[in-house]
Design a protein around this ligand. Structure first.
Ligand code: ADP
Length: 205
């Protein structure tokens, strides 16, 4: 679809049982706070979308390219004033031509040389610092792409656990600051991974 997608049109993920044992206990306060959305993150009418940027923050391929194309040249101008971003950190800008109010730019680890503890910790920092940045700016609904799993080469079947575990941890501590976290998947294989693993981190019991 080409129109913006309002947050109210995105269904909430209902806690469910999975095929594997859950890795956390149910937290009822988090019911209604998680969504899985399959499609283009640039369509989402939400407080903030997260960009899987590179350290320069001056634009690139993948989701970064898509976000800059829709946001327009003013986004690049604001990004240029930020003096880049370190791996695992996050910086916020306006959304300009996007239906999202803000863009939170985070830089995922490059994992083409394999995933070690450093890459794992950096990926977790991306999710945690993006949510913290959203909270600091009173953005209560945030959509994430699958950070680092495209050009940066992080194996999606490992990244999904870091994404879900880190968001769960943040929400356990700050549920009053967040209304919704949307996991925005672009590839059918990522949708399957999230459907399979959401019940481990947001279980029904
Ligand atoms: P990275 O450099 O961090 O790996 P990429 O942009 O290459 O970032 O890929 C990150 C993820 O974003 C991949 O799963 C890719 O399929 C996905 N992606 C690409 N375009 C979009 C889009 N318009 N909306 C949401 N996700 C997207």
């Amino acid at each position: 679809r080409t129109d913006p997608v309002p947050l109210d049109d995105i269904p909430v993920w209902t806690p469910a049982g999975g095929s594997e044992p859950a890795r956390c206990q149910r937290n009822e306060k988090l019911d209604q706070k998680i969504s899985l959305y399959s499609g283009d993150i640039t369509k989402l009418e939400i407080d903030a979308i997260v960009n899987a940027a590179n350290k320069s923050l001056l634009g690139g391929g993948g989701v970064d390219g898509a976000i800059h194309r829709v946001a327009g040249p003013m986004l690049k101008k604001e990004c240029a004033s930020l003096h880049g971003c370190e791996t695992g950190e996050a910086k916020i800008t306006c959304g300009y031509g996007l239906p999202a109010k803000h863009v939170i730019h985070t830089v995922g680890p490059i994992a083409q040389g394999g995933v070690g503890e450093q890459e794992r910790a950096a990926l977790r920092s991306c999710y945690r610092n993006s949510l913290k940045t959203a909270t600091d700016h009173a953005a209560r609904s945030v959509a994430f792409p699958c950070i680092s799993t495209g050009i940066y080469g992080y194996p999606p079947e490992q990244a999904v656990h870091e994404a879900l575990a880190t968001v769960r941890e943040y929400l356990d501590a700050h549920d009053d600051k967040v209304d919704r976290v949307v996991f925005c998947v672009f590839l059918p294989t990522d949708k399957d991974l999230y459907l399979q693993n959401l019940p481990l981190y947001f279980p029904a019991a």
